[in-house]
Design a protein around this ligand. Structure first.
Ligand code: RP5
Length: 181
């Protein structure tokens, strides 16, 4: 069954279990846009549209996708189901969208049987951002441009921490001076 159009430009395929997962993923996609990494976002549910989920995973490699990110909440079988249909690396992002607040999706994504790995990230938007970064780290092994972008990103983060520390110290000093006056 051919469901997805051939597009060799896409390197990272992001599959959401539901469109309702999108807000958690949007910041990660912004990162990919900023780094100009060809990617796509599709919705395919392991339970509600199993044929579509199977088709995505089994067609992805031939379409040029190199890493799949699977995002799902509740009884989150999506990452595992996709991983069962492809030899591409699959990164799972559990979402806290059910009354169990993510414990269900975290365990369902992480606890794969031996032989079918899913690289499971943290819950929610932090996990989605880390999934994007990990996917780029995988691509970067063959791409010096991406290696440089990842180095710059780490440096930016470190500079952000140093700036925050400076600002906090200034605030504490100001509060202290106001308290003494
Ligand atoms: C999961 O169920 C989805 O990944 C989503 O996190 C959750 C709720 O989906 P909707 O009922 O909002 O479509 O399959």
């Amino acid at each position: 069954m051919e469901v997805f159009l051939a597009d060799t430009a896409v390197q990272i395929g992001i599959v959401l279990g539901s469109a309702s997962d999108w807000p958690e993923v949007a910041p990660a996609v912004q990162l990919l846009q900023r780094w100009q990494i060809p990617h796509e976002v599709v919705v395919a549910s392991a339970h509600r549209s199993p044929a579509r989920a199977h088709a995505y995973a089994s067609e992805a490699e031939a379409r040029g996708v190199q890493v799949i990110i699977a995002v799902a909440g509740a009884a989150a079988h999506l990452a595992g189901v996709l991983a069962s249909q492809t030899i591409l690396p699959v990164i799972g992002v559990p979402i806290a969208s059910s009354p169990l607040q993510g414990l269900d999706s975290l365990l369902a994504t992480a606890q794969m049987p031996a032989g079918v790995p899913v690289a499971t990230m943290a819950l929610g938007s932090a996990g989605a951002r880390n999934a994007a970064i990990l996917a780029v780290q995988i691509l970067a092994r063959q791409d010096p441009r991406l290696q440089q972008q990842l180095r710059d990103y780490k440096q930016e983060m470190a500079q952000g921490v140093a700036r925050a520390s400076q600002e906090l110290q200034e605030k504490i000093a100001k509060d202290h001076a106001a308290h003494k006056a």
